[in-house]
Write a protein that binds this ligand. Sequence first.
Ligand code: PGA
Length: 269
Amino acid sequence: MRIIVCESAEEVALRAAIESIEYLGEALSTQSSGKSENPEASCVLGLATGSTPLGLYREWIERYRAEEISFRNVTSFNLDEYCGIPPSDPQSYHSVMHENLFRHIDIDPAKAHIPVTDCDDLSQSGERYEAMIEEAGGIDLQILGIGSDGHIGFNEPGASFSSPTRVKTLTKRTREDNARFFPSIDHVPRTALTMGLGTIMSARAILLLATGKGKAKAIRDTVEGPITAMVPASILQFHPYATVILDAAAASELALIDYYVDAERNRQS
Ligand code: PGA
């Protein structure tokens, strides 16, 4: 794993924007970007909700407005969606993504996918989502946040490492963490349709972002702990291209922090 330690959450957003734009290369290029525009270039982005990626989305929007990047050749797949609330609910991930990213950029709405949960057959919906990801050619870059319990997507502790998109029950801790977005904890949905750990691990590259002291233990367990279903994100130790971008607080419990900082410095020199 590549570990990038930043001073602040703002710097995490900036670094994530730089890393993602560099990785996706000409798939995001515009005439004014200075890069050669290749009409054939396209990419598939995996997106996440929660508070953490919002800074990255603001950076992308800013660069889109400055005509440095374009999302017209991007297909996206979000990690998850709550069950039991309609897409029109302001707390649905359909609404959250529209409000915080999609409505500000030039992505084709027909190519911005989020798991469908307002349907009769959720397991079929999950299977269809997997098929759509495959048809699109697989995910090039998956953006991830992390739960304080080590979840990625809504793959809670105990999730199986090879799981596909399917319904998961949220832990009490996750519902408590997410209660801040709802009138009360009783309004937080109990289940969600989420990409599985198998789906996430199939992405060609991963960018996991974490900020704040509340994530420090989950990050330590993910990066330096044993690979265990008790910490779903720890499976990322098996991923060949996983980059973790942290602020100082989220990195504060890492035993090898000096080494990561040194390694990153050497990489850039
Ligand atoms: P957060 O959520 O970014 O709002 O902390 C992350 C997650 O639960 O995956």
